[in-house]
Design a protein around this ligand. Structure first.
Ligand SMILES: Nc1ncnc2c1ncn2[C@@H]1O[C@H](COP(=O)(O)OP(=O)(O)OP(=O)(O)O)[C@@H](O)[C@H]1O
Length: 558
């Protein structure tokens, strides 16, 4: 409970015994003047009369407590007032009515200040406060870290002296904020600064500068740029493979060569240029030609295939251009040729290298003028046909030898597509094998689940002169003849498995002449490793399974 007439004097600075003596002196005067006794009381002590307890006052006040001044006597109000006025220079004085609220506000303020201090110290951005004279009054630890400076170096320095044309001096002069100003330091760091003026009562009272080291950000931006360039490239690649669309989904393969050739084919499909598909027999030339047709705007028109190598040259003209009734013996009615049938679609001239030179001239005319005469006909027929030709022959050699017309060659070779042989894309074999196993077992109502790893290894080691067609045929034969769940080595033809074994044996040191048993042991061991059973190994080696078992025992292989 506060005294009726008292003041609370908050300790503000250290009080010495000298000050305490002055207080005592003053209280004597007041006693004389107002006939009052002056008491002081700290928060934690009894009130004490001034005259006797000088040291206590000094100690108590030095502890930082609030000091309550009260008086007893006739004019105690005046006495307290006089004491308060006397002390005002060294102490903060409040009247009792405001005390609690101010105390609370003070406490809140102190807390807030503490929090703000913590925040300022914790933020990663550097903060620098400059007063209105240009002197640096505050920097946070991040500021010092970013600029590699110490507090002693920066506190107190004047921005008008250290950087008269800098942002801080400028903002202080103009009162206009500067945002996002970049500076590159000698050590290679890049710093971005936002400098804002501080206004108090409409007057500029300093600036606050917030800086950030964006060297890392710039490195990240660079990385981001690289990544986005890479993503763009991959997106284009994806688009490239996607663009091939459904038209090419029948052509199985994911190897780089296949992806490239299909990308080119899909580009070719977008034009109506003549395409020449090259590749060994069985590499899927027809599939690609079909893909081009179905990926083109002509997809709703017909795709007409002519095997120029399979039709006798005497009949090829009528096959391609048709004939009129009675054009030759047996021509009992008018027959439309493949070119007419392919109108508004695509004609696929397979095995073009087999065409004889007479026919080549006629074809050249049809290609150049998109018109021809039916055999025995007098009127010229005009057609709108896209031409795709294919060959497994070396047309360049044929042109050189004079068996293929060069003008026709150039007409056909507008967009050449080279299909890789299967041995050049071994990585596609598992994919193709799986495709054929699924397709053929479905057609044959079988449930073959796949190819064993060992058998796949053998398939991948084989040279495939017949390419994909040969692979498809082998899988078809196996599926037709077997009932097991998986295609195993023993199901494969011996010319394929044999090649694999020979390949393995190449690693064997044939230069050195060893006892026969050494070779035999190696061969039996290899075959058993590859086949996994006496039976299969026997088939591969053309021995009975009993012989294989006996030799395996003899050489301690089991
Ligand atoms: N990449 C492939 N994906 C799936 N099947 C393929 C692939 N390549 C070829 N084939 C299959 O192989 C067989 C032969 O293909 P295609 O007739 O297209 O080859 P080609 O190169 O035109 O042969 P040829 O030169 O003997 O005429 C077809 O049954 C075809 O389905």
């Amino acid at each position: 409970m506060l005294f009726e007439k008292e003041a609370i004097i908050h300790y503000e600075s250290g009080i010495h015994a000298r000050v305490a003596a002055m207080i005592v002196q003053k209280s004597h005067e007041l006693y004389e003047k107002y006939a009052c006794k002056i008491y002081l009381r700290s928060e934690h002590s009894q009130r004490v009369e001034m005259r006797s307890l000088m040291m206590l006052i000094a100690l108590k006040i030095n502890n930082g407590d609030s000091v309550f001044v009260s008086a007893e006597g006739e004019n105690r109000e005046e006495a307290v007032l006089a004491m308060v006025i006397f002390l005002e220079g060294d102490f903060m004085v409040q009247t009792p009515g405001e005390l609690h609220e101010v105390d609370r506000l003070l406490h809140e303020n102190a807390l807030m200040q503490e929090r703000l201090q913590l925040i300022l110290e914790a933020v990663q951005d550097g903060i620098c406060v400059v007063d209105k004279t240009g002197a640096v009054t505050y920097v946070n630890p991040s500021y010092l870290r970013i600029l590699h400076k110490t507090e002693e170096m920066v506190i107190g320095e004047n921005v008008y002296e250290v950087a008269p044309n800098g942002n801080r001096a400028n903002v202080l002069k103009t009162g206009v904020a500067r945002i996002g100003s970049l500076s590159h330091k000698k050590d290679g760091t890049t710093i971005v600064a936002n400098v804002n003026p501080i206004f108090v009562d409409g007057e500029i009272s300093g600036v606050v500068s917030v800086i950030k080291n964006i060297t890392e950000v710039q490195t990240l931006i660079e990385k981001l740029n690289q990544m986005s360039a890479k993503a763009e490239y991959l997106e284009q690649e994806l688009l490239r493979t996607k663009k091939m669309g459904k038209a090419f989904t029948n052509y199985i393969g994911r190897s780089g060569r296949v992806v490239d050739v299909l990308a080119m084919a899909s580009k070719a499909a977008a034009s109506s240029a003549t395409v020449l598909v090259r590749g060994e027999s069985g590499t899927g030339k027809e599939l690609v030609a079909e893909g081009i047709h179905y990926a083109s705007t002509r997809r709703k028109g017909p795709f007409i295939r002519v095997n120029c190598g399979a039709i006798p040259s005497t009949l090829l003209e009528s096959e391609l251009f048709g004939h009129e009734k009675g054009a030759f013996t047996g021509a009992v009615k008018r027959k439309l040729g493949k070119f007419e049938l392919a109108n508004n679609g695509t004609i696929f001239l397979d095995e073009i290298g087999e065409m004889d030179k007479n026919m080549q001239v006629k074809l050249l005319r049809a290609l150049q003028q998109r018109e021809f005469d039916r055999v025995g006909g007098e009127t010229t027929v005009k057609v709108d046909v896209r031409i795709i030709a294919a060959t497994n022959r070396n047309l360049e050699d044929m042109v050189r030898e004079g068996t293929f017309r060069d003008d026709l060659y150039y007409r056909l070779n507008v967009i050449p597509l080279f299909l890789p042989a299967l041995r050049e894309r071994v990585e596609d074999i598992p994919l193709l094998a799986e495709h054929f196993v699924n397709k053929i077992s479905l057609q044959n109502h079988k449930h073959i689940q796949g190819v064993t790893a060992a058998a796949m290894e053998v398939l991948m080691a084989y040279k495939w002169p017949g390419n994909v067609r040969e692979l498809e045929n082998i899988i078809e034969r196996v599926i037709t003849l077997t009932d097991s769940d998986f295609i195993e080595i023993e199901h494969l033809p011996s010319y394929i498995t044999g090649e694999a074994v020979v390949k393995q044996m190449k690693s064997f040191a044939f230069d050195a002449v060893l006892p026969w048993e050494e070779y035999e042991k190696q061969i039996i061991g290899n075959a058993l490793k590859k086949c996994g059973s006496f039976n299969a190994a026997g088939k591969m080696l053309k021995l009975t399974h009993k012989t294989v078992a006996a030799k395996a025992r003899k050489y301690g292989l089991i």
